[in-house]
Design a binder for this molecule. Structure first.
Ligand code: FCB
Length: 453
């Protein structure tokens, strides 16, 4: 195959998040987060681990920047731990927390790496949780105070801001399914939390612009193409509902369409709305949530195969039988074509001004071999397949401006602890030694040539 060249200004980067890599959970005045609390609760994390130390990035950030520079990465997406900045969530500012990120940003800029900052990647201050957390509107107000503090401090140097990472996870996976902190299992709370996350996104946009001139602001969503086995009428309804639950519930309000009416009706009919309506919505919320954004961040990993619930329940269920593709260690199907389908859909249906893939990558356990190298061929193939599909999407007009690989290094994979390795760099958790995997060396070449072969 001939070389596929990417546009001249296309940005190649890697991504991480604060709780997953920083460690130093109690250092320099940092407050407790809901992930500290959750991971310290027995039974919540599959291997009983936590992010107390993680990749010790809080102390090793200089080396990590040097590594990124060596790999030729042009951009770095990381998140800020809110409880480092405001240990109680609101009120007193912890200057040491600000200093840490300020040094990190300076270090990146010196290395010629563009910082993309995510304001919220799930580590809510426990103090805000104690006041009701995201299901309470107060969290959205507190987020604005935090956003104001951070963007005042870093807005002169950071010009790419992401308000939230994956509000579906922070809202529903965390409050309805209960797999993530704070581990609730309450549909209504999940929808209320999602609402306040989206609302706080919308409220934050003008605050960021005020404090960070000429900055780009966007939100990152986890999105999936949804499909089914046999296209019966019931199964197609299942596809529509699942799409509404994961994708449209978040895309529609961000793009000015309010919540999808079919989903509101489905939730009401299923008895999930005690008042029979979305009573957490206040006048003006939809206008705020639809604030103009400069880009959409897309996290893409896989597709979802669903079917109508054979037990007659109101919501779709996963269709394992028809999910037949090769899988990563997370159990997620490898489906590069889905990235093409998704990007095209977003472009044709929602017309975001610009798109960045803010996460894409794969979990494979490949460890250093006798030669000391990590031959993660499957990760390289996974990335290559997805890069090609991103290129194809650009050829039909999708305004894709950059691509961030998840993740720079192996790290704490939430409820899966350290059992999943997503890094292009191997981390030895005993010694904290980092070894760039074969995929990292391959990516280095892709970036140098700005092309995939
Ligand atoms: C996404 C998260 C990220 C990482 C990847 C594997 O949902 O944003 O932190 O855990 O999945």
């Amino acid at each position: 195959m001939s070389k596929l060249h990417f546009p001249e200004k296309f940005l190649w980067g890697s991504a991480t998040s604060s709780y997953q890599i920083e460690g130093a959970w109690q250092e320099d005045g940092k407050g407790e987060s809901i992930w500290d609390r959750f991971a310290h609760t027995p039974g919540k994390i599959i291997d009983g681990s936590n992010g107390d130390v993680a990749c010790d990035h809080y102390h090793r950030w200089r080396d990590d920047i040097a590594l990124m520079k060596e790999l030729g990465l042009q951009a770095y997406r990381f998140s800020i731990a809110w409880p480092r900045i405001l240990p109680q969530g609101v009120g007193v500012v912890n200057q040491k927390g600000i200093d840490f990120y300020s040094r990190l940003v300076d270090g990146l800029l010196e290395a010629g790496i563009t910082p993309f900052v995510t304001l919220y990647h799930w580590d809510l201050p426990q103090a805000i949780q104690d006041r009701g957390g995201w299901p309470n509107r107060f969290a959205a107000e507190a987020f604005i105070e935090y956003t104001d503090v951070v963007t005042r401090a870093l807005g002169d140097r950071v010009k790419h801001w992401i308000t939230h990472n994956e509000p579906w996870c922070a809202g529903l996976l965390s409050h309805q399914i209960g797999e993530h902190a704070p581990g609730w299992q309450d549909w209504y709370a999940g929808l209320a939390a999602s609402h306040h996350l989206l609302l706080s996104h919308g409220w934050a946009v003008p605050v960021i612009h005020r404090n960070s001139s000429d900055a780009e602001v966007g939100i990152t969503l986890n999105l999936y193409p949804i499909t089914t086995g046999e296209r019966t009428s019931e199964n197609l309804t299942a596809v529509r509902l699942y799409d509404g639950y994961f994708n449209r519930w978040f895309l529609d309000p961000v793009y000015g369409r309010r919540y999808p009416a079919d989903m509101v009706e489905a939730y009401r009919k299923a008895g999930l709305l005690p008042a029979g309506e979305l009573d957490f919505v206040v006048e003006g919320d939809f206008e705020a949530m639809a604030a103009y954004t400069d880009f959409l961040g897309v996290n893409y990993y896989s597709r979802s195969v669903v079917k109508a619930d054979p037990k007659g329940g109101p919501f779709p269920v996963g269709d394992e039988e028809n999910a037949t593709l090769e899988r990563t260690d997370m159990g997620w199907e490898v489906y590069p074509q889905g990235l093409y389908e998704l990007l095209c859909r977003l472009h044709f249906e929602y017309q975001p001004a610009k798109i960045y893939i803010t996460e894409n990558g794969a979990s494979y356990a490949d460890a250093p071999g006798v030669d000391g190298k990590v031959h993660d061929t499957r990760r390289r193939d996974y990335l290559r397949g997805h890069f090609i599909k991103a290129h194809e999407a650009m050829a039909v007009g999708v305004p894709l401006a950059g691509y961030f690989v998840w993740s720079l290094m192996d790290n704490f994979e939430w409820a899966r602890g350290y059992t999943q390795r997503f890094g292009i760099v191997w981390v030895d958790y005993e010694t904290q030694v980092r070894i760039p995997k074969e995929s990292a060396r391959w990516l280095q070449q892709v970036i140098a040539q700005n092309a995939v072969e």
